[in-house]
Design a protein around this ligand. Structure first.
Ligand code: ADP
Ligand code: MG
Length: 856
């Protein structure tokens, strides 16, 4: 037994699409076979059946109806699979033997176009990475909007991660196993491995795009060519929506490493990765999908160029100060749908008539928007107005050509206006007249034969016919009718005349559908010629939408325009945390000031009890800086800020909200990353660093980190929250250090968090106060105070030792060890040996034993 011819065909196609689930078209179904069938039946909960394939065992098979395919495809894509759509590619009537089939399209997570499965408020990127020996080349494309960007970076996986984090691609194409292994380990992205030889010709990259921004080189070319080759492989059509290759420089925007982005919850919260509770959640009040995507890009890549920041801030201010205009602009923008994605569908020939109408409607709003903008004769907005093409010609074309109630489907006609095309008008006339002709004919034949019940009917098999019942046979005139079909009670006939009318009518229907399809294609092609203009206008809309959104958010939340200074200092009065504030009732959030400079106030040590508000205060500082560099107003009464080249945030391992995942090792490698990459213009947030290890271990590391930052990165501004009160002695000892603490107040039997940041260290006996309020016995509290007193004395002694002789390592070590020993002695002395259980005794022994081992 051998394979059936169909199965032979199946295997020869599948051979080329091993990494796809192959949807093989059979009649009205897509069928999957063998492994694909087993996988798909599981993932899609389909019944697994079998089909004779010529082998002994039946082929496992499952299938889905052709018309319901989209839903199933979407499910598979979201689960990270790729789907190959295999169709009949010749007319079955003309086929000799088995109908030819081939894969006409591959649908993948990074190349999707179906808006039912995509979030229209974020881009869907696919990425390519190449290793050119000395650099990594990167290319990113969102095929649904036609964006294509490229860059190159040093050969560093950390830098690679930063870019991956910026774009969050759904899929990646790599040629290099090292990179692919790294991405496999660290990111949850579908990986495609392709040989560089498969890439499109490098010079072809250049000719692919109508324009390239500066900086094009062989490294960018290598990644771009790899990506283009893959896109062609999956789309199987020219990608005419990729008109521009934007080459960006990683230094053009602030690099946000993965941790900082996560810790500051810029686009998603740490807890469930949702948008709620993120900065983007507060800032995104855009009116269009294009604006929303643009804003996300802004948040993910804050600016570092003074002029560009000023331009954005000024544009926001211009809209902010004109409330009527702001509201009008918002309204007008709401009528603009996703031009970018419709345009991509036009280029990829998957646009439907309804979407063309949506495009028309959107374009219809452009003149009003431009007119509104023109009223603000100001900076960046005037520049946009000057470039703003309202695309009247395209609007007119759509208005004149597409029927107002055109359907989704392209096959059934009703798409093109009669007034747009003469031939279509004629064919439609025939259709209307046809009914009249038939009615007239019926009337004529009745009169001629005198048979009242004579009627003209239609069915699919025989076409038009004259039907005469049996009882009237005798009245049929000789030779007038040609017999066509005999029924139980009637005969059906045709005449030459009826045949002629039939040809005309039926021909017209078919011709009309085909003609409308063709004319629609022509309209689509002529709009395709204008894609660059459409995309440019879409970009302007996206920018305008972001400006009005930031103005609106600033008004709604009482933000102010920040002043971007050049002296490197931070001066915020009554600053607030944008997200925490938003989560609370109005007025509940307590604002705080912040003053820093690059000299004597560049390292703030912030102490205070748990839950006092230290972390919030520090993140607030980072977010305010970041918002300003996005071009947003900031939550404060006033703010003067420098431009930070980088913002780093690190959270001590045990304080990490993500919990469990982070280890002390990770914490330390993150700190080391800061020490290596921070500059005098960086803002550094260290939250409970050193907490992930034992007390003295942690304290010493924290201490040394502070010294190092102050010495090795002069000018850098650091906020350092810690529960090590010992560190507060550094104020006065080290130039630049200032102590701050968060106020708490005793209120009756409980304590109130005042959330106010004040100069000076926190009160150390605070914990004992809480214990008292909680009702612990008096003698216990007394004892605790006594112990604290002793410890403080020792602390003071040792700490004095450390700070004054920090260069003499030997003394320092002796000091610390003595201190540890004394602590142990204290612990032993304080034991009430007769009143502890054997279990407790064992535990204490174990602790002391461990501590003793740590001493050497
Ligand atoms: P810490 O880091 O000192 O332990 P957090 O910064 O985590 O404290 O703050 C604890 C909680 O206190 C926050 O979740 C928030 O609800 C509240 N909080 C913090 N700062 C403020 C503030 N300025 N105004 C009002 N509530 C605040
Ligand atoms: Mg905290």
């Amino acid at each position: 037994m051998g394979l059936t011819p169909m199965m032979q065909q199946y295997f020869s196609i599948k051979e080329n699409y091993k990494d796809c689930i192959l949807f093989y078209r059979l009649g009205d179904f897509y069928e999957m076979f063998f492994d694909d069938a087993e996988l798909a039946s599981k993932e899609l909960e389909l019944v697994l059946t079998g089909r004779d394939c010529g082998l002994e065992e039946r082929a496992p098979m499952c299938g889905i109806p052709y018309h319901a395919a989209n839903g199933y495809i979407g499910k598979l894509i979201r689960k990270g699979y790729k789907v190959g759509i295999c169709e009949q590619v010749e007319d079955p009537k003309e086929a000799k033997g088995i109908v030819k089939r081939d894969v006409v399209k591959i649908i993948t997570p990074g190349t999707m176009l179906d808006e039912n499965f995509m979030d229209n408020r974020r881009n869907n990127y696919i990425m390519a990475v190449t290793d050119t020996g000395d650099r990594y080349g990167l290319a990113f494309c969102d095929i649904s909007t036609g964006e294509f960007q490229g860059t190159f970076i040093e050969k560093s996986l950390v830098l690679l991660d930063n870019e991956i984090s910026k774009f969050s691609p759904a899929e990646v194409v790599v040629s290099d196993p090292v990179i692919s292994d790294h991405i496999q380990d660290k990111w949850n992205i579908l990986i495609n491995i392709r040989e560089m030889e498969d890439a499109v010709d490098k010079s072809a990259v250049q000719s692919y795009f109508k324009s390239l921004s500066g900086g094009y080189n062989r490294v960018v070319a290598s990644a771009s060519s790899l990506l283009l080759a893959y896109l062609e492989e999956t789309q199987k059509t020219a990608l005419t929506n990729l008109t521009h290759l934007e080459i960006y420089n990683t230094n053009d925007s602030m690099t946000l490493d993965v941790n900082t982005k996560r810790n500051l919850e810029l686009t998603e919260n740490i807890v469930d990765k949702g948008k709620r509770g993120s900065l983007l959640w507060v800032l995104d009040d855009t009116s269009t999908a294009m604006g929303s995507r643009n804003l996300r890009r802004w948040v993910e890549a804050p600016l570092v160029n003074r002029e560009m920041i000023a331009r954005r801030l000024d544009a926001v201010e211009a809209v902010y100060s004109n409330i009527n205009l702001l509201e009008d602009l918002r309204e007008a923008l709401k009528g603009v749908f996703d031009i970018e994605r419709i345009v991509s569908k036009i280029a990829l020939k998957s646009v439907n008539p309804k979407e063309m109408l949506t495009l028309k409607k959107s374009l219809g709003n452009l003149p009003a928007i431009k007119e509104l903008l023109a009223r603000i004769d100001y900076g960046e907005l005037s520049r946009l107005v000057a470039k703003f093409d309202t695309l009247r010609d395209i609007h007119t074309l759509l208005e004149e050509s597409i029927e107002e109630d055109a359907p989704m489907s392209m096959k059934d006609g009703g798409i093109i206006r009669s007034s747009y095309n003469e031939e279509i008008e004629e064919l439609r006339d025939i259709r209307i007249n046809g009914k009249k002709w038939i009615a007239e004919m019926e009337q004529k034949e009745r009169e001629f034969t005198g048979i009242k019940s004579l009627k003209v009917g239609y069915n699919k098999v025989f076409g038009y016919y004259i039907e005469i019942s049996k009882s009237n046979y005798s009245s049929i005139p000789e030779g007038r009718y040609i017999r066509k079909q005999t029924l139980a009670n009637a005969e059906r006939f045709i005449t030459e005349e009826l045949k002629l009318i039939e040809d005309k009518i039926l021909g017209a229907e078919e011709k009309l559908a085909a003609l409308e399809y063709r004319v629609f294609g022509e309209i689509r092609s002529s709009i395709e010629m204008e894609i660059e203009r459409l995309k440019q206008t879409a970009r302007i809309i996206a920018d305008v939408d972001c400006y009005q959104c930031l103005a609106k958010v600033a008004r709604d939340n009482s933000y102010v325009k920040p002043h971007m200074n050049e002296d490197g200092g931070i001066s915020i009065t009554e600053g607030r945390h944008p997200v925490v504030e938003k989560m609370m009732q109005k007025g509940e959030f307590v604002s705080n000031d912040l003053t820093m400079n690059q000299m004597n106030e560049r390292f703030l040590i912030i102490t205070g009890p748990n839950m006092a508000g230290k972390s919030t205060y520090m993140r607030q500082a980072a977010l305010i800086s970041l918002m300003a560099q996005i071009g947003s107003f900031v939550p404060a009464k006033s703010a003067s800020l420098p431009i930070s080249d980088r913002i780093f945030t690190r959270i001590g391992a045990s304080d990490d909200l993500a919990g469990g995942k982070s280890t002390f090792m990770v914490e330390m490698s993150e700190v080391s990353d800061i020490l290596m990459n921070a500059t005098g213009s960086s803002l550094i947030i260290l939250d409970e660093v050193g907490r992930g290890t034992s007390t003295y271990d942690g304290l010493s590391i924290a201490w040394a980190v502070i010294e190092h930052i102050l010495k090795a990165i002069p000018g850098a501004k650091t906020l350092f929250a810690t529960h090590y009160h010992e560190l507060t002695v550094l104020e006065g000892e080290l130039e630049g250090v200032k102590n701050y603490s968060v106020l708490v107040k005793e209120v009756g039997k409980s304590i109130a968090f005042l959330r106010k940041i004040v100069p000076g260290g926190a009160d150390e006996s605070y914990g004992i106060e809480v214990a008292r309020l909680a009702g612990l016995p008096k003698n216990l509290l007394g004892r605790a105070k006594e112990i604290l007193g002793k410890l403080e004395k020792k602390d003071a002694k040792v700490i004095k030792g450390i700070s004054s002789v920090k260069e003499e390592k030997e003394t320092l070590q002796i000091g610390l060890f003595d201190y540890e020993k004394e602590l142990m002695l204290d612990k032993l002395k304080s034991l009430d040996v007769l009143n502890i259980t054997p279990m407790e005794a064992l535990k204490i022994l174990h602790e002391i034993h461990t501590e003793a081992k740590e001493l050497n």
